[in-house]
Design a protein around this ligand. Structure first.
Ligand code: BES
Ligand code: MN
Ligand code: ZN
Length: 497
């Protein structure tokens, strides 16, 4: 896949490089596509017959140097019955299109036209979003290319559409989201020797460029606030902890903000309760919640969302060390509640306990949504398809569920309740940081809930969806950047004035 993508919108008269087109069932082409393919009509029909290609959704016809057309390659992608295509389907088809452009190609034209109906600018923008996400790769640390691996240094993709000017405008929105997802993916893919709390905070500070106000709190500032739980997690690391607060004020002056919070454990060794070696390298991604919040704040600001939004991320590194916290230690949170540490590997909830209380107290937000790669247990329960959703508010659940269906970043509600809450009562302190083997994701959520009071709140456990991501049409990278599109959608649908 190309390193540098240049994306543009043109009219249907442009025909350069690899040509990617769409057709619906029974080989139905849109009028502009039909016209462009006319000189090769016979060749296309014969190839389709030979390959039994009829335009079923997800199927493709791939022709090299098609007779009659002056293009190196023609790809036809089936859209099936195009009437039931949702936003997430458009994004996916964009991904499929980009996937059909060979890595060595320097130029391609994607004909954004389905069946008989013309596509709206928003749909074409969604398609382009899929192109951009599929084209992403993280190769900052590759100094060589494999032999015989021919790749274009730059690829120019032109999306041909009915109204390039209006589409360009719609793309402004989608591009902001795409950049946010890419930003999140980059942060998550970055190794922990490069991306430690201080460096993460420095990168988040770059959001000032798009008009986000960024404050960075250091250890002394957090100590003053009494954030004993967050600081306890980071005390064994050579890298100091940070708390970053990001603010975008695009809404009504003085209106209560919406708030997004992220777990930012830059590396999670487990601490004194150290993890096994196998697969521990994945724990460089234990800051995916924080990365999503940064990507989201970028998206909201870059598209000038009409909302007041706060992003807050707790950045720490969980290391074993002479100064590290121990099982049995008792820490005092900013809220005043105390927590007995049973397992130092249950650290994400400790970080979030202080961040939740801080944001709630300082900003009185309309709601708080936190994202965290919090538990292995959520992967056992839901795999990589759905993120676990825990909430104290049914309306928030409904809205998040709908945004999930629209974007394809889906969430599944899990239970909370006093019976589970009892499992984290402690002999020595107000609570303990683990509740035993059973219902591990739920007891983690119960601990978080003790720091949110009555504020509408949702917790997304993204341990399964954010890293080690499956190869999909819109992502070929280890990290998916999960959550940026979901939460941008939630804001767009319900919280903009
Ligand atoms: N960061 C891990 C959870 C995790 C596991 C994220 C796999 C992504 C992939 C978290 O801090 C953790 O270690 N959780 C423990 C909790 C346990 C000690 C109660 C877990 O899930 O095993
Ligand atoms: Mn852990
Ligand atoms: Zn962790």
């Amino acid at each position: 896949m190309p390193d540098v993508l240049k994306l543009g919108f043109t009219s249907f008269t442009r025909l350069r490089g690899v040509l990617v087109t769409f057709c619906s069932e029974n080989l139905k082409f849109g009028p502009a596509t039909k016209k462009a393919l006319l000189p090769a009509e016979q060749a296309v029909r014969r190839a389709a017959a030979a390959d039994r290609f009829t335009g079923k959704n997800g199927s493709t016809l791939d022709m090299v140097a098609p007779q009659g057309l002056d293009v190196p390659r023609l790809v036809v992608i089936g859209t099936g019955k195009e009437s039931d295509l949702k936003s997430r389907d458009m994004v996916k088809l964009g991904g499929v299109s980009m996937g059909k452009v060979p890595a060595a190609a320097a130029e391609a034209t994607i004909f954004a036209e389905f069946g008989p109906g013309a596509l709206k600018p928003d749909q074409v923008a969604d398609l382009a979003l899929g192109v951009r996400l599929r084209a992403y790769s993280f190769n900052r640390y590759k100094t060589k290319r494999k032999e015989g691996e021919e790749r274009a240094d730059k690829v120019e993709i032109n999306v041909a559409c009915a109204n390039p000017a209006a589409t360009e405008k719609a793309w402004g929105r989608a591009a902001a989201i795409a950049d946010g997802v890419v930003m999140a993916r980059d942060l998550i893919n970055e190794p922990a020797n490069v991306l430690y709390p201080g460096e993460f905070a420095r990168r988040a500070s770059g959001l000032a460029k798009v008009g986000v106000g960024v404050e960075v709190l250091d250890v002394a500032a957090m100590r003053k606030l009494g954030m004993g739980a967050l600081l306890g997690v980071g005390q064994g690391s050579a890298h100091d902890s940070r708390l970053v607060v990001m603010r975008w004020n695009g809404g009504k002056r003085g209106a209560d903000p919406v708030a997004f919070l992220g777990k930012g454990v830059c590396f999670d060794t487990g601490g004194i309760s150290i993890k096994p070696a196998q697969g521990m390298e994945d724990m460089k991604g234990d800051m995916a919640g924080a990365a999503c919040v940064v990507g989201l704040m970028h998206a909201l600001a870059a598209r000038k969302a009409k909302v007041n939004a706060v992003g807050a991320i707790g950045l720490v590194e969980n290391m074993p060390d002479g100064k590290a916290q121990r099982p049995g230690d008792i820490v005092k949170t900013m809220s005043g509640q105390t927590i007995e540490i049973i397992n130092t590997d249950a650290e994400g909830r400790l970080v979030l306990a202080d961040v939740l209380h801080y944001v709630n107290k300082r900003f009185k937000p309309k709601f708080m949504i936190n994202l965290a790669t919090l538990t292995g247990a959520i992967i056992v329960a839901l795999g990589q398809e759905y993120a676990g959703l825990f909430a104290n508010n049914d309306k928030l659940v409904e809205r998040l569920t709908n945004a999930g269906e629209a974007t394809g970043e889906r969430v599944w509600r899990m239970p909370l309740g006093p019976e589970y809450d009892k499992l984290i009562d402690s002999k020595f302190a107000d609570m303990k940081n683990t509740g035993g083997r059973w219902a591990g994701s739920i007891t983690a959520a119960q601990l978080l809930q003790r720091f949110v009071d009555k504020t509408p709140w949702a917790h997304l456990d993204i341990a399964g969806t954010a890293l080690g991501s499956p190869q999909t049409d819109i992502n070929r990278s280890w990290s998916s950047g999960w959550g940026v599109r979901l939460l941008d959608r939630l804001v767009a649908d319900h919280y903009e004035r």
